[in-house]
Write a protein that binds this ligand. Structure first.
Ligand code: 4NP
Length: 149
């Protein structure tokens, strides 16, 4: 059973906290968390512009704080979802011997979008485009976890 899901991006202040907030709303009852491959923003709340864009869709990211991905996360989660291929490579480089926890691109769950990563809005400044993609992938994830629902 997949009940513990970790979303990972680079800073843990834009894409993965947004994915965490959206997944919490869409998948109540599951254990959802997020982390960054870097330690650049550890302890910080989600980026203000991302918080505002999420709030406009009814998603409150206010209580979240950035943390860095750690090898122990392979044992604490059933599924690790990376926002882009760089994140995925950084995560895989930390895989403990013997762990078979799946690490996938989050966009794998939104094939209809044609996207192979969630573009980083910290650079693109398009927070709504990131949220659109994250919402599509979160819906695909929900359908994959609960095909009958
Ligand atoms: P995120 O975006 O990986 O979606 O949280 C970023 C946030 C900050 C930086 C890079 C990406 N930064 O360079 O500080």
């Amino acid at each position: 059973m997949t009940t513990r899901i970790l979303f990972v991006c680079l800073g843990n202040i834009c894409r993965s906290p947004a994915a965490e907030g959206i997944a919490r709303a869409l998948l109540p009852g599951l254990e959802i968390d997020s982390a960054g491959t870097s330690d650049w923003h550890v302890g910080e709340p989600p980026y203000g512009a991302m918080q505002a864009a999420a709030r406009a869709r009814g998603i409150d990211l206010g209580g979240l704080h950035a943390r860095q991905f750690q090898p122990g996360d392979f044992h604490r989660f059933d599924l690790i979802l990376a926002m882009d291929a760089d994140n995925l490579d950084e995560i895989e480089a930390l895989r403990p011997t013997g762990s078979d926890t799946p690490v996938r691109l989050f966009t794998d769950y939104a094939p209809e979008t044609g996207a192979d990563h969630v573009p980083d809005p910290y650079y693109t400044r398009d927070f709504d485009a990131a949220l659109d993609l994250i919402e599509a992938a979160a819906k695909g994830l929900k359908a994959a976890l609960d095909p009958a629902g």
